[in-house]
Design a protein around this ligand. Structure first.
Ligand code: FAD
Length: 264
């Protein structure tokens, strides 16, 4: 690990000021992704801005027909919060499938969505549910947020403060996980909500994507059988030591069927 300065602000305004004035400063939330990168000397920020002392980034609240979740909310709290469990049970269940107990006790929703790892769980939920990303300076719709592998619409120094999830009519999630890390090999999140039927695939490609043929099939008939014969092309999907693109393509249909059954 290289040397770095450490700051622990207590307000979003102070954190943003540090991020905009200290060159190469970086926010740190749960540290589950950033700290291993620092330990392996894959990253060299001049300073870390620890977000854990900022009360504005905490909390889960109902706002009309949406549940707004603070960026510093830990996976464990998403899993167990009563409002999320009753309003968006698929999101709570998904949080319980992230990594292991230690990762869920430290890692945060904001950190995961800012990182946008193609094998992460939350991006599929956010895109399928039509979430809105709230930052220190603007609101970004999920359709405009995910730009590709480890890339989002966040600008340098922009802080994700909360994510607003419309409560869906129904939603479900299924993933085939890497047995060692529990990261997603291929997952599918399905939702029927204010933005219609959405089917989002994670883990299989370089970033999350909507499976529009399955969305059309489920719009006509919401049942696992409706997606059973929809085949995902392997073109452009990931191929690595864990599985080929063809295997991942096959998993898209299998996980979609399970996710629809989960939503029922
Ligand atoms: C062993 C292991 C297994 C895992 N398995 C899974 C899994 O199955 N599924 C899954 O989805 N994830 C998994 N993860 C990742 C885990 O969910 C992390 O918690 C997550 O990727 C990052 O969240 P964090 O809070 O730790 O972020 P950090 O590591 O602190 O930060 C990650 C990145 O986001 C930036 N950042 C953090 N907060 C903000 C913010 N509010 N605004 C702007 N930028 C910000 C940081 O600067 C950094 O670049 C695993 C991790 C480990 C170590």
């Amino acid at each position: 690990m290289y040397d770095f300065a450490y700051h622990k602000p207590t307000s979003v305004a102070d954190a943003v000021k540090l991020l905009s004035t200290v060159p190469d400063a970086r926010p740190i939330s749960g540290g589950q992704t950033l700290l291993p990168a620092l330990k392996h000397r894959l990253d060299k920020p001049s300073a870390l801005v620890d977000l854990s002392g900022i009360a504005e980034l905490q909390g889960i609240r109902r706002e009309g027909s949406a549940i707004v979740i603070g960026a510093m909310t830990k996976h464990r709290d998403v899993q167990h919060d009563a409002q999320i469990v009753s309003g968006i049970p698929a999101l709570a269940k998904m949080a319980g499938l992230v990594g292991d107990t230690q990762v869920r006790n430290r890692g945060t929703m904001g950190g995961s969505l800012a990182n946008n790892d193609p094998a992460a769980d939350y991006p599929s939920a956010a895109l399928a549910l039509g979430a809105t990303f709230i930052t220190d300076r603007r609101r970004i719709e999920a359709d405009d947020y995910f730009l590709g592998m480890f890339t989002t619409a966040l600008e340098p120094g922009e802080l994700l403060t909360a994510i607003s999830f419309p409560v869906p009519e129904k939603a479900g999630y299924a993933k085939m996980r890497n047995p060692a890390s529990r990261y997603v090999m291929t997952g599918v999140f399905v939702a029927k909500g204010p933005k219609g039927v959405r089917v989002v695939v994670n883990g299989a490609g370089p970033g999350v994507f909507r499976q529009k043929e399955m969305e059309a099939a489920l719009s006509s008939s919401w049942s696992p059988d409706a997606v059973a014969n929809v085949k995902q092309p392997a073109d452009g999907l990931n191929s690595d030591i864990h599985g080929s693109a063809e295997y991942r393509a096959h998993l898209v249909t299998v996980m979609a069927k399970r996710a629809v059954a989960d939503a029922a």
